[in-house]
Write a new protein. Structure first.
Length: 34
């Protein structure tokens, strides 16, 4: 694959609590979580 997959951590209510790119070298800034 040519993309950079995201890893999204969810809480018990399935709300996102953290997000990051798997390849930190190609990572870009992400918007803040609500």
């Amino acid at each position: 694959p040519t993309g950079n997959p995201l890893l999204i951590d969810l809480d018990d209510n399935l709300k996102p609590v953290a997000v990051r790119y798997l390849d930190a070298d190609r990572a870009r800034d992400l918007p803040a979580l609500p």
